[in-house]
Design a protein around this ligand. Sequence first.
Ligand code: HXC
Length: 261
Amino acid sequence: MSYQNIIAEARGAVGWIQLNRPEALNALSNALVSEVGQAIEQFQADDNIGAMVITGNAKAFAAGADIKDMEGQEFIDLFLADFPYNRRDGWDSLNTARKPIIAAVAGFALGGGCEMAMACDFILAADTAKFGQPEINIGTMPGAGGTQRLTKAIGKAKAMEMCLTGRMMDAEEAERAGLVSRIIPADQLEEEALKVAGKIAKLSRPTVYMIKEAVNVAFETSLQEGLRFERRAFASTFATADQKEGMKAFVEKRKPEFKNR
Ligand code: HXC
């Protein structure tokens, strides 16, 4: 498929999605968000792909929703359209993809850009990454998960300060606060993101799906419910051929060959 605002390509078993509006710091226009969604659906449907990466360029992952698109909008437009979820092809695909999606962030991840990174399964940050919810500075507020996912990720004090003041966090603070899983030197971000996604892509797909679901349940339910879900999911992995193969290979001191069954 050919896209105008992103580059999407299979790199081995990894679906690589690069936001590509450098002249606007990858601002999330409606067209760009739609294309991200189409690429996610394309990779989700492709059996050869086991994980995805969303990335930007050295200066920006994405500097937010496109302010020039939003400027003339009225309450009633956004409310009736349920913005930004009118881009069902975009945000919905990101929020519901079953294959893991890693955000590889260098430079600015602001507003909707920070929200898009947080909607991914985890964030690998270049040492140049800067995260923020600066909507307050233009008289609005986060609208795609910023007040919710950021608060769950880094706690109330930091999230409240960031959303109320627009202050940005650098990569080190983001790692300390638990927003990102790791910091990587900027010139190695692409290689490392490919390596991590490639590793996941080689593992048992049904088990990968179950783990992703189980970790996400921790965000949405009580500890008791979550533990119950995890126990049931754990037991169900024993219905897969991959569990048999994984454990047999361990006992036989060889590498497993997973069949995604
Ligand atoms: C549209 C944007 C943009 C944005 C940058 N640009 N961010 N266009 N929407 N969010 C454009 C600029 O207009 C400029 O285009 C070009 O990108 C380069 O940006 P500069 O500002 O010249 O770069 P710099 O001086 O390096 O400053 C970088 C920056 C700044 C600090 C990131 O661009 C900035 O503050 N951007 C806005 C960040 C923001 O407020 N994000 C939240 C948006 S609201 P021209 O044509 O002038 O050269 C939001 C709501 C989410 O995200 C709701 C749910 C989805």
